[in-house]
Design a protein around this ligand. Sequence first.
Ligand SMILES: *Cc1c(COP(=O)(O)O)cnc(C)c1O
Length: 411
Amino acid sequence: MAKSSEDKAREEQAASNPVRPPQISTLSVHGGEARQKPGDSITDPIFCASTYTFENTRAVIDFIEQEQPREEYGRYGNPGERVAERKLAALEGGEMAVLYSSGMAAIVGLLMTKLNSGDEVIFFDECYHRSREFCSKHMARFGVKTVQVKACDYDAMEAAITPQTKLLISESPTNPHLSIVDLDRFAQIGCDHGVETLIDATLATPYNLRPLAAGVDYVLHSVTKYLAGHNDLLAGVVVGSKEKLEPVRKLRGIMGAVNSPQNCYLLSRGLKTFELRMQRHNENGMRVAQFLEQHPRIEKVYYPGLESHVYHDVARRTMRGFGGLVTFLVKDADWRATADIVDAVKIPRIGPSLGGVESLIEQPLVMSYYQCTPEDRRVFGIPDNMIRLACGIENPDDLVADLAQALEGTK
Ligand SMILES: *Cc1c(COP(=O)(O)O)cnc(C)c1O
Protein backbone atom coordinates (compact mmCIF):
# COMPACT_ATOMS: atom_id res chain seq x y z
CA MET A 1 0.00 0.00 0.00
CA ALA A 2 1.24 3.50 -0.83
CA LYS A 3 2.31 5.77 1.99
CA SER A 4 -0.74 7.51 3.41
CA SER A 5 -0.85 11.27 3.80
CA GLU A 6 -1.02 10.59 7.56
CA ASP A 7 2.31 8.77 7.51
CA LYS A 8 3.88 11.45 5.33
CA ALA A 9 2.73 14.26 7.60
CA ARG A 10 4.07 12.41 10.64
CA GLU A 11 7.45 11.94 9.01
CA GLU A 12 7.57 15.59 7.98
CA GLN A 13 6.72 16.59 11.50
CA ALA A 14 9.48 14.45 12.96
CA ALA A 15 11.97 15.67 10.35
CA SER A 16 11.13 19.32 10.99
CA ASN A 17 12.20 18.99 14.61
CA PRO A 18 15.07 16.55 15.09
CA VAL A 19 16.00 18.00 18.50
CA ARG A 20 12.99 17.22 20.69
CA PRO A 21 9.40 16.10 20.25
CA PRO A 22 7.12 19.10 19.58
CA GLN A 23 4.94 20.26 22.49
CA ILE A 24 1.22 21.05 22.53
CA SER A 25 1.31 24.62 21.16
CA THR A 26 3.69 23.65 18.34
CA LEU A 27 1.45 20.70 17.49
CA SER A 28 -1.70 22.81 17.55
CA VAL A 29 -0.18 25.34 15.15
CA HIS A 30 1.71 22.98 12.79
CA GLY A 31 0.53 19.46 13.57
CA GLY A 32 -1.07 17.53 10.74
CA GLU A 33 -0.26 20.14 8.11
CA ALA A 34 1.96 19.71 5.09
CA ARG A 35 4.91 22.12 5.17
CA GLN A 36 4.28 23.30 1.62
CA LYS A 37 0.60 23.61 0.68
CA PRO A 38 -1.39 24.01 -2.56
CA GLY A 39 -0.93 27.47 -4.05
CA ASP A 40 2.04 27.97 -1.72
CA SER A 41 -0.49 29.27 0.79
CA ILE A 42 0.48 29.30 4.46
CA THR A 43 -3.04 28.17 5.38
CA ASP A 44 -4.75 25.04 4.17
CA PRO A 45 -7.26 25.71 1.39
CA ILE A 46 -10.93 24.78 1.78
CA PHE A 47 -11.73 22.31 -0.98
CA CYS A 48 -15.44 22.84 -1.65
CA ALA A 49 -16.08 19.47 -3.23
CA SER A 50 -18.54 16.64 -2.66
CA THR A 51 -16.74 14.45 -5.19
CA TYR A 52 -13.18 14.04 -6.47
CA THR A 53 -12.38 13.13 -10.06
CA PHE A 54 -10.08 10.65 -11.80
CA GLU A 55 -8.07 11.30 -14.93
CA ASN A 56 -9.14 8.07 -16.62
CA THR A 57 -10.37 4.53 -15.95
CA ARG A 58 -6.84 3.27 -15.21
CA ALA A 59 -6.56 5.87 -12.41
CA VAL A 60 -9.79 4.56 -10.84
CA ILE A 61 -8.55 0.97 -10.96
CA ASP A 62 -5.13 1.94 -9.55
CA PHE A 63 -6.84 3.84 -6.74
CA ILE A 64 -8.85 0.74 -5.80
CA GLU A 65 -6.17 -1.89 -6.28
CA GLN A 66 -3.35 0.05 -4.63
CA GLU A 67 -5.51 1.65 -1.93
CA GLN A 68 -4.03 4.98 -2.95
CA PRO A 69 -4.27 7.75 -0.35
CA ARG A 70 -6.43 10.23 -2.25
CA GLU A 71 -9.99 11.51 -2.04
CA GLU A 72 -12.90 9.83 -3.75
CA TYR A 73 -16.23 11.02 -2.36
CA GLY A 74 -16.95 13.54 0.41
CA ARG A 75 -18.65 11.06 2.74
CA TYR A 76 -15.37 9.15 3.04
CA GLY A 77 -13.32 12.24 3.81
CA ASN A 78 -12.02 15.56 2.54
CA PRO A 79 -8.50 17.03 2.62
CA GLY A 80 -9.31 19.55 5.36
CA GLU A 81 -10.80 16.81 7.51
CA ARG A 82 -7.55 14.85 7.26
CA VAL A 83 -5.59 17.89 8.43
CA ALA A 84 -7.91 18.35 11.43
CA GLU A 85 -7.77 14.63 12.24
CA ARG A 86 -3.96 14.51 12.15
CA LYS A 87 -3.78 17.63 14.31
CA LEU A 88 -6.16 16.10 16.89
CA ALA A 89 -4.30 12.76 16.88
CA ALA A 90 -1.00 14.61 17.39
CA LEU A 91 -2.43 16.67 20.27
CA GLU A 92 -3.79 13.55 21.97
CA GLY A 93 -0.66 11.49 21.30
CA GLY A 94 -2.70 8.85 19.45
CA GLU A 95 -2.10 7.03 16.18
CA MET A 96 -5.43 7.88 14.59
CA ALA A 97 -8.32 10.29 15.05
CA VAL A 98 -11.75 9.85 13.48
CA LEU A 99 -13.65 13.13 13.21
CA TYR A 100 -17.46 13.28 13.33
CA SER A 101 -20.13 15.92 12.87
CA SER A 102 -20.74 16.10 16.66
CA GLY A 103 -19.62 14.55 19.92
CA MET A 104 -22.78 12.46 20.01
CA ALA A 105 -22.14 11.20 16.46
CA ALA A 106 -18.67 10.11 17.66
CA ILE A 107 -20.14 8.15 20.59
CA VAL A 108 -22.84 6.58 18.42
CA GLY A 109 -20.28 5.72 15.74
CA LEU A 110 -17.93 4.05 18.20
CA LEU A 111 -20.65 2.07 20.00
CA MET A 112 -22.29 0.97 16.75
CA THR A 113 -18.92 -0.31 15.52
CA LYS A 114 -17.83 -2.10 18.67
CA LEU A 115 -21.00 -3.65 20.11
CA ASN A 116 -22.98 -6.66 19.00
CA SER A 117 -26.23 -8.18 20.19
CA GLY A 118 -25.67 -9.86 23.56
CA ASP A 119 -22.80 -7.55 24.54
CA GLU A 120 -22.77 -5.43 27.69
CA VAL A 121 -21.38 -1.97 28.43
CA ILE A 122 -20.72 -0.49 31.85
CA PHE A 123 -20.98 3.25 32.49
CA PHE A 124 -20.01 5.38 35.46
CA ASP A 125 -23.35 7.05 36.17
CA GLU A 126 -22.18 10.67 35.91
CA CYS A 127 -21.55 10.27 32.16
CA TYR A 128 -23.18 12.64 29.68
CA HIS A 129 -26.88 11.79 29.90
CA ARG A 130 -27.39 11.58 26.13
CA SER A 131 -24.60 8.96 25.85
CA ARG A 132 -26.24 6.84 28.53
CA GLU A 133 -29.63 7.43 26.93
CA PHE A 134 -28.37 6.27 23.53
CA CYS A 135 -27.07 3.09 25.08
CA SER A 136 -29.89 2.25 27.47
CA LYS A 137 -32.73 3.22 25.10
CA HIS A 138 -31.41 2.57 21.61
CA MET A 139 -28.55 0.05 21.76
CA ALA A 140 -31.00 -1.94 23.90
CA ARG A 141 -33.20 -2.36 20.82
CA PHE A 142 -30.30 -4.22 19.21
CA GLY A 143 -29.76 -6.50 22.21
CA VAL A 144 -27.00 -4.57 23.96
CA LYS A 145 -27.27 -4.35 27.75
CA THR A 146 -26.28 -1.16 29.58
CA VAL A 147 -25.15 -1.32 33.19
CA GLN A 148 -24.57 1.82 35.28
CA VAL A 149 -22.53 1.96 38.45
CA LYS A 150 -21.75 4.88 40.75
CA ALA A 151 -19.05 7.19 39.35
CA CYS A 152 -15.55 6.37 40.64
CA ASP A 153 -16.75 3.19 42.40
CA TYR A 154 -14.06 0.94 40.88
CA ASP A 155 -15.08 -2.11 42.91
CA ALA A 156 -18.66 -1.81 41.67
CA MET A 157 -17.43 -1.48 38.10
CA GLU A 158 -15.21 -4.52 38.43
CA ALA A 159 -18.01 -6.52 40.07
CA ALA A 160 -20.37 -5.66 37.20
CA ILE A 161 -18.06 -7.17 34.56
CA THR A 162 -19.31 -10.39 32.97
CA PRO A 163 -17.95 -12.46 30.06
CA GLN A 164 -20.29 -10.39 27.83
CA THR A 165 -18.82 -7.01 28.87
CA LYS A 166 -17.14 -5.31 25.90
CA LEU A 167 -16.62 -1.71 26.96
CA LEU A 168 -16.13 0.37 30.14
CA ILE A 169 -17.13 4.01 29.70
CA SER A 170 -16.52 7.08 31.80
CA GLU A 171 -16.14 10.79 31.54
CA SER A 172 -13.41 12.68 33.37
CA PRO A 173 -14.05 15.22 34.73
CA THR A 174 -17.77 14.54 34.91
CA ASN A 175 -20.42 17.16 34.36
CA PRO A 176 -21.60 19.07 36.40
CA HIS A 177 -20.04 17.53 39.54
CA LEU A 178 -16.49 17.44 38.10
CA SER A 179 -15.63 14.05 39.59
CA ILE A 180 -12.17 12.88 38.48
CA VAL A 181 -11.54 9.28 37.45
CA ASP A 182 -8.29 7.58 38.50
CA LEU A 183 -7.32 6.66 34.95
CA ASP A 184 -4.60 4.18 35.92
CA ARG A 185 -7.10 2.25 37.98
CA PHE A 186 -9.83 2.47 35.34
CA ALA A 187 -7.48 1.28 32.56
CA GLN A 188 -6.13 -1.50 34.80
CA ILE A 189 -9.63 -2.92 35.38
CA GLY A 190 -10.14 -3.06 31.61
CA CYS A 191 -6.72 -4.64 31.15
CA ASP A 192 -7.24 -7.27 33.89
CA HIS A 193 -10.54 -8.39 32.37
CA GLY A 194 -9.71 -8.00 28.68
CA VAL A 195 -12.36 -5.28 28.26
CA GLU A 196 -11.77 -2.10 26.23
CA THR A 197 -11.99 1.30 27.93
CA LEU A 198 -13.30 4.66 26.74
CA ILE A 199 -12.84 8.06 28.38
CA ASP A 200 -14.88 11.06 27.31
CA ALA A 201 -12.30 13.72 28.15
CA THR A 202 -14.26 16.66 26.72
CA LEU A 203 -14.05 18.66 29.96
CA ALA A 204 -10.31 18.05 30.36
CA THR A 205 -8.90 18.27 26.81
CA PRO A 206 -5.47 16.86 25.87
CA TYR A 207 -3.92 19.94 27.49
CA ASN A 208 -5.08 18.90 30.97
CA LEU A 209 -5.35 15.10 30.77
CA ARG A 210 -3.59 12.25 28.89
CA PRO A 211 -5.88 9.18 28.96
CA LEU A 212 -4.02 7.23 26.23
CA ALA A 213 -0.76 7.48 28.19
CA ALA A 214 -2.62 5.95 31.17
CA GLY A 215 -3.53 2.94 29.02
CA VAL A 216 -7.11 3.84 28.06
CA ASP A 217 -8.07 2.48 24.61
CA TYR A 218 -10.25 5.29 23.26
CA VAL A 219 -10.41 9.00 24.07
CA LEU A 220 -13.49 10.83 22.94
CA HIS A 221 -14.16 14.56 22.74
CA SER A 222 -17.06 16.76 21.96
CA VAL A 223 -14.80 18.91 19.78
CA THR A 224 -17.64 21.45 19.90
CA LYS A 225 -16.35 22.52 23.30
CA TYR A 226 -12.71 23.46 24.12
CA LEU A 227 -11.02 22.00 21.04
CA ALA A 228 -12.96 24.06 18.49
CA GLY A 229 -13.28 26.63 21.24
CA HIS A 230 -15.30 29.44 19.66
CA ASN A 231 -18.94 28.40 20.16
CA ASP A 232 -19.32 28.39 16.38
CA LEU A 233 -19.31 24.75 15.27
CA LEU A 234 -20.23 21.19 16.26
CA ALA A 235 -17.80 18.28 15.91
CA GLY A 236 -16.66 15.16 17.75
CA VAL A 237 -13.64 12.89 17.67
CA VAL A 238 -12.43 9.47 18.79
CA VAL A 239 -8.67 8.96 19.15
CA GLY A 240 -6.84 5.65 19.58
CA SER A 241 -4.80 3.04 17.75
CA LYS A 242 -5.02 2.65 14.00
CA GLU A 243 -5.94 -1.00 14.38
CA LYS A 244 -8.88 -0.35 16.69
CA LEU A 245 -10.14 2.69 14.76
CA GLU A 246 -9.97 1.44 11.15
CA PRO A 247 -13.40 -0.25 11.44
CA VAL A 248 -14.78 2.84 13.20
CA ARG A 249 -13.69 4.97 10.26
CA LYS A 250 -15.27 2.53 7.80
CA LEU A 251 -18.64 2.70 9.56
CA ARG A 252 -18.44 6.51 9.71
CA GLY A 253 -18.22 6.48 5.90
CA ILE A 254 -21.49 4.55 5.86
CA MET A 255 -23.20 6.55 8.65
CA GLY A 256 -22.27 9.78 6.90
CA ALA A 257 -21.83 11.81 10.11
CA VAL A 258 -19.06 13.91 8.55
CA ASN A 259 -18.04 17.57 8.63
CA SER A 260 -18.18 19.99 5.72
CA PRO A 261 -14.85 21.29 4.37
CA GLN A 262 -15.76 24.72 5.82
CA ASN A 263 -16.34 23.23 9.27
CA CYS A 264 -12.99 21.42 9.13
CA TYR A 265 -11.23 24.66 8.27
CA LEU A 266 -12.87 26.48 11.19
CA LEU A 267 -11.82 23.67 13.50
CA SER A 268 -8.18 23.65 12.37
CA ARG A 269 -8.11 27.44 12.67
CA GLY A 270 -9.61 27.33 16.15
CA LEU A 271 -7.05 24.73 17.22
CA LYS A 272 -4.14 27.07 16.43
CA THR A 273 -4.72 28.90 19.72
CA PHE A 274 -5.62 25.79 21.72
CA GLU A 275 -2.87 26.02 24.33
CA LEU A 276 -3.27 29.76 24.90
CA ARG A 277 -7.00 29.37 25.34
CA MET A 278 -6.63 26.44 27.75
CA GLN A 279 -4.17 28.35 29.89
CA ARG A 280 -6.71 31.17 30.27
CA HIS A 281 -9.65 28.77 30.81
CA ASN A 282 -7.63 27.08 33.59
CA GLU A 283 -6.67 30.41 35.13
CA ASN A 284 -10.22 31.75 35.00
CA GLY A 285 -11.70 28.51 36.41
CA MET A 286 -9.30 28.58 39.35
CA ARG A 287 -9.77 32.30 40.07
CA VAL A 288 -13.56 32.08 39.94
CA ALA A 289 -13.63 28.90 42.08
CA GLN A 290 -11.40 30.49 44.74
CA PHE A 291 -13.49 33.66 44.74
CA LEU A 292 -16.75 31.75 45.10
CA GLU A 293 -15.43 29.44 47.81
CA GLN A 294 -14.71 32.36 50.18
CA HIS A 295 -17.95 34.22 49.37
CA PRO A 296 -20.52 34.26 52.22
CA ARG A 297 -23.45 33.61 49.83
CA ILE A 298 -21.93 30.39 48.49
CA GLU A 299 -22.69 27.05 50.14
CA LYS A 300 -20.37 24.79 48.11
CA VAL A 301 -18.08 24.94 45.09
CA TYR A 302 -17.28 21.94 42.86
CA TYR A 303 -13.88 22.52 41.24
CA PRO A 304 -11.13 19.86 41.12
CA GLY A 305 -8.45 22.51 41.63
CA LEU A 306 -9.76 23.32 45.12
CA GLU A 307 -8.43 21.37 48.09
CA SER A 308 -12.00 20.97 49.30
CA HIS A 309 -12.96 18.92 46.20
CA VAL A 310 -13.45 15.19 46.89
CA TYR A 311 -11.19 14.22 44.01
CA HIS A 312 -8.58 16.96 44.44
CA ASP A 313 -5.75 14.48 45.11
CA VAL A 314 -6.43 12.43 41.96
CA ALA A 315 -6.83 15.67 39.99
CA ARG A 316 -3.54 17.11 41.25
CA ARG A 317 -1.73 13.88 40.47
CA THR A 318 -3.11 13.43 36.97
CA MET A 319 -4.13 16.83 35.57
CA ARG A 320 -2.10 19.76 34.34
CA GLY A 321 -4.90 22.24 34.97
CA PHE A 322 -8.51 21.94 36.03
CA GLY A 323 -10.43 23.61 33.22
CA GLY A 324 -12.92 26.44 33.00
CA LEU A 325 -16.04 24.77 34.36
CA VAL A 326 -17.09 25.71 37.91
CA THR A 327 -20.25 24.41 39.57
CA PHE A 328 -21.57 25.96 42.79
CA LEU A 329 -24.49 25.99 45.21
CA VAL A 330 -26.01 29.22 46.52
CA LYS A 331 -26.61 29.27 50.29
CA ASP A 332 -30.27 29.27 51.42
CA ALA A 333 -31.55 29.96 47.90
CA ASP A 334 -34.64 28.46 46.25
CA TRP A 335 -34.75 28.02 42.47
CA ARG A 336 -35.95 31.61 41.89
CA ALA A 337 -33.28 33.27 44.03
CA THR A 338 -30.72 31.15 42.17
CA ALA A 339 -32.16 32.16 38.80
CA ASP A 340 -31.90 35.82 39.88
CA ILE A 341 -28.11 35.44 40.13
CA VAL A 342 -27.95 33.80 36.68
CA ASP A 343 -29.99 36.72 35.32
CA ALA A 344 -27.87 39.34 37.10
CA VAL A 345 -24.44 38.52 35.62
CA LYS A 346 -23.45 40.78 32.75
CA ILE A 347 -20.53 38.98 31.05
CA PRO A 348 -21.48 35.27 30.85
CA ARG A 349 -24.36 34.57 28.49
CA ILE A 350 -27.13 32.15 29.46
CA GLY A 351 -26.86 28.95 27.45
CA PRO A 352 -25.87 25.28 27.45
CA SER A 353 -22.39 24.15 26.34
CA LEU A 354 -18.91 25.13 27.53
CA GLY A 355 -15.36 25.48 26.32
CA GLY A 356 -15.80 28.47 24.02
CA VAL A 357 -14.12 31.85 24.32
CA GLU A 358 -17.39 33.36 25.62
CA SER A 359 -18.34 32.49 29.22
CA LEU A 360 -21.67 30.70 29.59
CA ILE A 361 -23.83 30.34 32.68
CA GLU A 362 -26.80 28.11 33.43
CA GLN A 363 -28.92 26.67 36.20
CA PRO A 364 -28.86 22.89 35.54
CA LEU A 365 -32.36 22.53 37.05
CA VAL A 366 -33.75 24.80 34.32
CA MET A 367 -31.39 24.17 31.39
CA SER A 368 -31.07 20.38 31.45
CA TYR A 369 -33.36 18.87 34.08
CA TYR A 370 -36.53 21.00 33.88
CA GLN A 371 -38.70 18.09 32.79
CA CYS A 372 -37.30 15.60 35.32
CA THR A 373 -39.17 14.71 38.50
CA PRO A 374 -37.73 16.09 41.78
CA GLU A 375 -36.87 12.47 42.67
CA ASP A 376 -34.81 12.08 39.46
CA ARG A 377 -33.04 15.37 40.17
CA ARG A 378 -32.18 14.10 43.64
CA VAL A 379 -30.75 10.90 42.14
CA PHE A 380 -28.75 12.89 39.55
CA GLY A 381 -27.53 15.28 42.29
CA ILE A 382 -29.04 18.42 40.77
CA PRO A 383 -30.37 20.69 43.55
CA ASP A 384 -32.46 23.80 42.79
CA ASN A 385 -29.66 26.12 44.00
CA MET A 386 -26.98 24.82 41.62
CA ILE A 387 -25.31 27.08 39.03
CA ARG A 388 -22.83 25.95 36.37
CA LEU A 389 -20.43 28.55 35.03
CA ALA A 390 -18.29 27.73 32.01
CA CYS A 391 -15.53 30.34 32.11
CA GLY A 392 -14.47 31.67 28.73
CA ILE A 393 -11.21 33.50 28.11
CA GLU A 394 -12.30 36.96 29.29
CA ASN A 395 -10.17 38.84 31.83
CA PRO A 396 -10.28 36.97 35.18
CA ASP A 397 -10.71 40.17 37.24
CA ASP A 398 -13.66 41.19 35.08
CA LEU A 399 -15.32 37.80 35.60
CA VAL A 400 -14.81 37.91 39.37
CA ALA A 401 -16.08 41.50 39.58
CA ASP A 402 -19.15 40.55 37.58
CA LEU A 403 -19.95 37.61 39.87
CA ALA A 404 -19.40 39.82 42.91
CA GLN A 405 -21.91 42.41 41.69
CA ALA A 406 -24.45 39.68 40.81
CA LEU A 407 -24.17 38.09 44.28
CA GLU A 408 -24.29 41.50 46.05
CA GLY A 409 -27.10 42.92 43.96
CA THR A 410 -29.51 40.00 44.42
CA LYS A 411 -29.19 39.52 48.22
C1 LIG B 1 -21.34 18.26 24.82
C2 LIG B 1 -20.87 16.95 25.27
C3 LIG B 1 -21.10 15.79 24.52
C4 LIG B 1 -21.89 15.82 23.24
O1 LIG B 1 -21.21 16.48 22.24
P1 LIG B 1 -21.94 17.27 21.03
O2 LIG B 1 -20.81 17.85 20.26
O3 LIG B 1 -22.85 18.27 21.66
O4 LIG B 1 -22.70 16.23 20.28
C5 LIG B 1 -20.58 14.59 24.98
N1 LIG B 1 -19.87 14.53 26.12
C6 LIG B 1 -19.63 15.62 26.88
C7 LIG B 1 -18.85 15.49 28.12
C8 LIG B 1 -20.12 16.87 26.48
O5 LIG B 1 -19.88 17.95 27.24
